[in-house]
Design a protein around this ligand. Structure first.
Ligand SMILES: Nc1ncnc2c1ncn2[C@@H]1O[C@H](COP(=O)(O)OP(=O)(O)OP(=O)(O)O)[C@@H](O)[C@H]1O
Length: 249
């Protein structure tokens, strides 16, 4: 009878298999340049999913297309069942998608606190300031510092922190480890794990395969604007050479 129970559990999608984001046949252009070619991917509620690929593969562009920051796009992007393909970025943000861009988007002439308070709330339940300071103690120490006086690591933490305040529970993160020292990368990894535990769903672009491997549930490989392969994290060890080939590492 055990077998029957196991089977019926496997057949019933749990909360972890509920698709939050479904991208189908996504195409994207910069002017005349056709950069995304029929990208398909799914992110389920509570997952950390990465987009891995070489420089110029189209990872950042995929995030921008989801966020509505790439104007010229076609196909389907459904978020909790709502079609995003024709919505402007501000409406997409209001549906509860946060974006941590690769340049971190910190305003240099505003203080840490002003940067934190800048994005509008989109839903109840976001982190309040004490919760943010608990997660990022360095930020609390630097509340009055201007954005342009922060280290790269502090800017990255601020960029993540201000999204957590908004109440968005789905976060797109573009290379949060880029250019950071190993100790800071470790801290960012710790943060992503805590967010996952707190119920956030994260789509993460990464060049740092080792970082991605420590955190993610699943990985999509992006090559020349297409998703060419995908792996669950527990399939990585058996596919290491193939993945290293894709990534050129
Ligand atoms: N603003 C832009 N205008 C025109 N082409 C662009 C623009 N941004 C990126 N591209 C081109 O689009 C393609 C995909 O770039 P994208 O930045 O999405 O790649 P990526 O996988 O994120 O790589 P990287 O890690 O280097 O950012 C590349 O050929 C790139 O040169």
């Amino acid at each position: 009878m055990t077998h029957t129970i196991e089977k019926s559990q496997a057949d019933t999608p749990g909360p972890e298999t509920q698709a939050m984001l479904e991208v189908q046949g996504l195409n994207g252009w910069y002017g005349e340049s056709h950069v995304l070619h029929d990208v398909n991917l799914t992110v389920n509620k509570g997952e950390v999913v990465t987009l891995l690929g070489r420089n110029g593969a189209g990872k950042t562009t995929t995030l921008k297309a989801i966020m509505g920051l790439l104007k010229s796009r076609s196909g389907s992007i459904r978020f909790n069942g709502t079609e995003l393909i024709d919505l402007p970025a501000r409406d997409i943000a209001r549906l509860g998608i946060g974006y941590v861009p690769d340049d971190r988007g910190i305003f240099g002439s505003l203080s840490v606190l002003e940067n934190l308070l800048l994005p509008p709330k989109v839903a109840d339940g976001g982190f309040d300031l004490p919760a943010i300071y608990e997660l990022f103690p360095n930020l609390e120490e630097r509340l009055d510092s201007y954005g342009n006086k922060l280290s790269g690591g502090e800017q990255q933490m601020l960029s993540i922190a201000r999204i957590l305040r908004t109440g968005a529970l789905f976060v797109l993160m573009d290379e949060p480890t880029e250019g950071l020292a190993p100790v800071i990368i470790h801290q960012i990894g710790h943060t992503v794990r805590r967010l996952k535990k707190a119920g956030f769903t994260i789509l993460l672009v990464e060049q740092n395969f080792h970082f991605a491997r420590e955190l993610a549930d699943r990985h999509y490989i992006v090559q020349e604007g297409k998703v060419v392969d995908q792996f669950r994290n527990d399939e990585i060890a058996d596919n290491l050479e193939k993945i290293q080939g894709y990534l050129g590492i």
